[in-house]
Design a protein around this ligand. Sequence first.
Ligand code: DX5
Ligand code: ZN
Length: 226
Amino acid sequence: MGTSKRAPLVAPSLLGADFLRLGEEVEMVNESAAGWLHLDVMDGVFVPNLSFGLPVVEHVKRVARKPLDVHLMIARGECYVEAFRAAGADVLTVHAEAVTHLHRVVEKIKETGALAGVALNPGTPLVVLEEVLPLLDVVLLMSVNPGFGGQRFIESSVDKVARLRQMIDGRGCKALIEVDGGVTVETGRRLVAAGAEVLVAGSFVFRSPAPSRSINELKECNAWKQ
Ligand code: DX5
Ligand code: ZN
């Protein structure tokens, strides 16, 4: 098992980068095998941490040559859809737990022309996706509780990916399964075997002595026999 899977798309998470060298870090991602560049926007309300917002996304967009995968961990995300799209988001993901009118927000994202994603916390069941799944381009499963990089991977996420895979395939939907939190080669292999298609990685990439090689290692997570 595992070898027949396609190579995952790797999305290095800028939260793990050295912010004093942000331009160089983005350039490393530009030159790498990464598919997307993941940006975590936090407001200190929905999650117990603050990160960065629109000005940083705008500046990164000027130098990034990979699509920007913007992960909104903020309250009232629906009010910022157009602004993050204008700042350069190519994929825009909101948390199901943070918006009241999930269907409306997803439609709004799609109207801007961005790919639309919905993220679920580890404690949120897949059933909340039921009504919007056919509309989605991406489902982002959190494999840690959102807010911080460098946390320990929650093991039950692998089974959750497998169940989501069945749900998507069974209904003939197109949404990509993206996993975020505690991703390494070891967890990445099991996630890809379970059906994940996009691997977000902060610490594993940016704390590595050879970030570009670490991205390559994640891309090869499909070439693994269980
Ligand atoms: C966590 C963020 C992640 C984070 C992942 O709230 O959504 O994108 O950067 O970091 P690692 O890969 O270190 O768990
Ligand atoms: Zn994220």
